[in-house]
Design a protein. Structure first.
Length: 256
């Protein structure tokens, strides 16, 4: 068996050196128009006002949009003078790493790839909740496996995030990352579809549980679905006990 060379998912392989996806015709025209307005307004403000810092920012933003319009290259952000304009390539590298992580059979390897991406490209992970959600989900997968469950991950968002098998049975696991606020009943209702069939459903979130979700968890009729908060190794036991409860309840429901 040939061993694969170690990788963090962000190596500069030949296929990694891709061109950013170009903007469409109307997107380029719009970017050019915004660039002309910004650059012209900033140039006028340099001579007509005393706000030199604000005028310079307008000029930089205008130039950035003009660059988008001329080259057809989408921007990630306009940064400081040191970083300048960061283009699509860095975001695409992170997306490629995440795609590779989703295809890994080992949760530890998958989590390592996403963790490496977050360390190498921290600005990208700060730019959108999608990336932080992916990092959180990878950590939950490792926590489940570390606690003794056999984990299989669904690919391409075609179902729940994981299927977890324990001594009590099998359950689907959906990871619900939230930027703010508690997990609410409407979140549970949106995810109930993943409890169909013989599998129960465990919902794992970084957020606190709302009072109505706490009441839902306590209802004996809802044992096949349960929501828990996980925010680190200290919560592994809570998650594993909940996983075994929903796995057992899902199997019992199927038998009946």
């Amino acid at each position: 068996m040939t061993e694969r060379p170690p990788t963090d998912g962000l190596t500069n392989s030949p296929e990694d050196r891709f061109e950013p996806e170009p903007l469409g015709r109307w997107e380029r025209l719009g970017a050019s128009a915004l660039g002309l307005v910004g650059a012209a307004g900033g140039g006028w403000a340099v001579f007509a006002t005393d706000n030199q810092a604000g005028s310079a920012v307008l000029v930089v933003i205008g130039a950035a949009f003009l660059l988008m319009g001329v080259q057809g290259t989408p921007l990630i952000r306009v940064g400081s003078a040191e970083s300048g304009v960061e283009l699509e390539r860095r975001r695409r590298r992170v997306e490629k790493a995440i795609e590779q992580a989703r295809q890994e059979e080992s949760p530890e390897v998958a989590a390592g790839i996403v963790e490496a991406a977050s360390i190498i490209e921290p600005q990208i992970f700060r730019s959108a909740a999608h990336y932080r959600s992916e990092l959180y989900a990878s950590k939950v997968g490792v926590a489940l496996q570390t606690s003794g469950a056999a984990i299989e991950r669904y690919l391409f968002d075609q179902g729940p995030d994981f299927v977890a098998t324990t001594g009590m049975g099998t359950a689907n696991v959906e990871v619900k990352y939230r930027e703010r606020g508690p997990l609410r009943m409407r979140d549970i209702q949106q995810l109930e579809k993943y409890s169909r069939g013989a599998h129960g459903l465990l919902i794992v979130t970084n957020a606190p549980l709302s009072p109505e979700v706490e009441s839902y968890n306590a209802d004996e009729d809802n044992r096949h679905i349960e929501a828990v908060s996980w925010n680190g190794e200290r919560d592994n036991g809570i998650v594993m006990r909940a996983l075994m409860r929903v796995a057992a309840a899902g199997g019992s429901r199927s038998a009946n």
